[in-house]
Design a protein around this ligand. Structure first.
Ligand SMILES: [Zn+2]
Ligand SMILES: [Zn+2]
Length: 150
C-alpha cells in the first residue's frame, strides 16, 4: 500500500509536496530529510500509515459530502416538484398546478411549493425514485432559500 509522504523542511523546494511511496522510510530527494507521513488535505503529520487523512479532515469531508447530497436531492426534488413523477406521484403535478394558479408567477410558485413541500419531499415517499436520498436529514440547510427556478 502506498502512503502519502512529504518533506517537512520549509527551506526545501519539495516542502509539503505529497509523494506516494510504498515504504515509510523514505528521504527527500532534494534535501535528504526524512519524509513524514501526512494528511493529504491539511498536511498534518499522521501516526497511522494506513490512513491518508486526519480525523478532522475526514469529518469535514463527510459533512461536505452530506451537504452536496442534500443540494443534489433538493435539485432533484425541485425538478420533480415542477415536472412531477410519472406513475409514482401523480398528485405532484396537480399540486404544482395549484401553486402556479395561486401565485401566477412561476418563480414564486416554485419557491412557495419548495418551501412547503421540502419536508414532505425528504420524509415521505416523494423521493421514491432516488433511493438512498430518502434518508436525508430533515433539517434543511439555510441555503435552500437560494434555490433558483430555471
Ligand atoms: Zn526536502
Ligand atoms: Zn487533515
Amino acid at each position: 500500500m502506498k502512503i502519502n509522504l512529504e518533506c517537512k523542511n520549509p527551506d526545501c523546494d519539495r516542502f509539503e509536496k505529497i509523494k506516494k511511496i510504498d515504504s515509510a522510510n523514505s528521504f527527500c530527494g532534494s534535501c535528504g530529510q526524512k519524509l513524514v507521513h501526512c494528511c493529504k488535505r491539511c498536511h498534518k503529520p499522521l501516526d497511522d500509515v494506513t490512513v491518508d487523512m486526519c480525523d478532522e479532515c475526514k469529518e469535514e469531508r463527510k459533512n461536505q459530502t452530506a451537504q452536496e447530497n442534500i443540494m443534489e436531492a433538493l435539485a432533484a426534488c425541485y425538478d420533480k416538484c415542477l415536472n412531477g413523477i410519472p406513475k409514482v406521484s401523480p398528485s405532484v403535478e396537480k399540486m404544482a398546478n395549484d401553486y402556479l394558479k395561486k401565485y401566477k408567477d412561476k418563480d414564486k410558485a416554485c419557491k412557495a411549493m419548495l418551501n412547503s413541500q421540502i419536508v414532505k419531499c425528504t420524509t415521505s415517499g416523494f423521493l421514491t425514485g432516488f433511493g438512498g436520498l430518502i434518508t436525508l436529514p430533515v433539517s434543511v440547510p439555510a441555503n435552500i432559500g437560494s434555490v433558483k427556478c430555471e
